[in-house]
Design a protein around this ligand. Structure first.
Ligand SMILES: Nc1ncnc2c1ncn2[C@@H]1O[C@H](COP(=O)(O)OP(=O)(O)O)[C@@H](O)[C@H]1O
Ligand SMILES: [Mg+2]
Length: 210
């Protein structure tokens, strides 16, 4: 346990004249899985992007703390892994080349043993040198998890993790969540009952509209 906490303080986002959410006060702590729910367009992805700092709030603050100490925005990428439909990997590179390339860009270590372990977990070890353009959609989805976990982050954010997955793919994701939650803080945005059933607590964005 590394005692990671994520705290939202009166977090508010407005796009133009559209209020997405207002005054979210919430504390998330390690060892738990949290759901972020709400209908399509309610602001789940916007909230997750603000949490990881690729979007900024209109008002309010996000605090990431490790063992009680604030993590600076410049250092956040070392602590966060993100799986989302928007994440795009390079089709013309192999799976392993993608990991090496993004590790360089993100300034994180590429750890051969650790990533081979992940390739094995996600049943892609014998395919790690194949170009991604030859991957099926399910294989690409699994690859996104390896990408998000390669630096063993304390905070894992999964935006709609099981959309487009068959039952076997969903089970793989659920197994990973159950395994990783022991030493991570996990946020899952979803409307799927089976995803939310895994969560210890659920935040509904619809409750922060006025
Ligand atoms: N960059 C943006 N500029 C303007 N409006 C946006 C932008 N991103 C999202 N929105 C709007 O914010 C609302 C929430 O979107 P989103 O967070 O993607 O919802 P969800 O993930 O719950 O489906 C929607 O009304 C969407 O159109
Ligand atoms: Mg979304």
């Amino acid at each position: 346990m590394t005692n990671y906490t994520l705290q939202l303080d009166k977090l508010t986002k407005i796009f133009g004249r559209r209020l997405v959410f207002k005054d979210i006060d919430f504390t998330f702590s390690e060892g738990n899985v949290y759901g972020i729910t709400g209908s399509n367009g309610s602001g789940k992805s916007t909230l997750s992007k603000i949490v990881i700092g690729i979007n900024s709030p209109t008002r309010g603050k996000v605090y990431h703390k490790l063992a009680g100490k604030d993590i600076s925005p410049n250092d956040l990428h070392n602590h966060v892994g993100f799986v989302s439909p928007y994440l795009v990997l390079y089709d013309e590179f192999s799976a392993e080349e993608n990991l090496k390339h993004f590790a360089k860009i993100r300034g994180i270590m590429f750890d051969q043993n650790f990533t081979d372990g992940l390739f094995s977990d996600f049943k892609l070890l014998d395919r790690k040198n194949d170009l991604l353009k030859g991957y099926s959609s399910g294989m690409k989805q699994r690859m996104k998890y390896i990408f998000a976990l390669q630096h063993n982050p304390e905070l894992l954010i999964l935006d709609e993790p099981t959309s487009n997955l068959d039952n076997q793919g969903k089970d793989t994701v659920y197994n990973i969540i159950n395994r990783e939650k022991k030493n991570k803080l996990i946020l899952v945005t979803s409307n799927e009952d089976s995803d939310l059933a895994l969560c210890d607590e659920v935040l509904n964005v619809e409750n922060y509209k006025k």
